[in-house]
Design a binder for this molecule. Sequence first.
Ligand SMILES: Cc1cc2nc3c(=O)[nH]c(=O)nc-3n(C[C@H](O)[C@H](O)[C@H](O)COP(=O)(O)OP(=O)(O)OC[C@H]3O[C@@H](n4cnc5c(N)ncnc54)[C@H](O)[C@@H]3O)c2cc1C
Length: 286
Amino acid sequence: MKPAPFEYHAPATLQEALELINTLENYKILAGGQSLMPMMNFRFVMPDHVIDINQIAELSRIEQRGEKLFIGAMTRQHDIHISELVRSTAPIIAQAYERVSHRQIRNRGTYGGSLCHLDPSSEQPCFTAALDGVIHVANAQRTRQVPMSEWTSMYMTPALNANELMLGVELTPWKGRHGYAFEEYSRRHGDYAVVAVAALLAVNAQGSIDRVRLVLSGTSAAPCVLTQLQDAIIGQTRDAALALVAQHIDQLQDVMEDAHYTSQYRRHLAKTLCQRALVRAFETAH
Ligand SMILES: Cc1cc2nc3c(=O)[nH]c(=O)nc-3n(C[C@H](O)[C@H](O)[C@H](O)COP(=O)(O)OP(=O)(O)OC[C@H]3O[C@@H](n4cnc5c(N)ncnc54)[C@H](O)[C@@H]3O)c2cc1C
């Protein structure tokens, strides 16, 4: 299949891009093209204009901003995967990228493209939620910030207003000694996860949990932060926490299903992966 005819634009600056999206109708932003191009070739989307933002250098950066880590929307997934800064401040990200597609796709695919495509099974919204990501967006007039908890407006649809462009994400890496683990099940290496889990954990000298973050993807349109479970396992030891994981996830409501995987199966995966992630996070926490 070939895409329907469209006009191609390649703005050299952010301002130029924002002016284009402010004036053009029925446009699509082109980042890495790894999801957009197949959708255009299948004619699931037929934009009149494609705005290629690959030349805008300022959208591609990984930098420390005080206690935060800022990653620009156009930063290639491969560059994040191998970044020393990312590995030293938020190693769970590098671990998650080991499971994201194949090297060739990560070479072109961008972090921003993934968060805008917003596949519910993607690893990238999952670790973004685990690290309290705040998404920076802009239109020609102003910029605004959207917490990851408000980023999914509906299935595969980010909370981007018309004429807005995503600029990047500010993440809050955990300080001090902590454990982490990213676990997922996918049918083949490089496929999207069926279900994935991001776990962050701080353990005290007595071996009980001081702080924990558990996020699932593949169970709902938005990454699911297991807040009640997190509250329940604070102060618990490893084995007590694992039992609480089983109890809580068995009760998880509204787990999505499709033609391939039932909600019961996804819930089963969530429970097993969450327990596995906690065990691994305990190991790294020590
Ligand atoms: C074979 C295959 C396997 C894959 N496996 C995985 C996997 O295991 N895990 C995973 O997470 N992903 C996987 N992907 C998807 C991959 O990560 C894509 O790169 C990603 O989903 C989209 O990123 P992109 O930069 O290519 O965006 P594009 O395809 O260029 O754009 C995607 C969407 O986001 C919009 N967009 C992009 N950037 C912006 C912006 N800055 N502001 C506003 N809108 C924007 C576009 O208009 C489009 O609607 C896979 C892809 C393929 C082809």
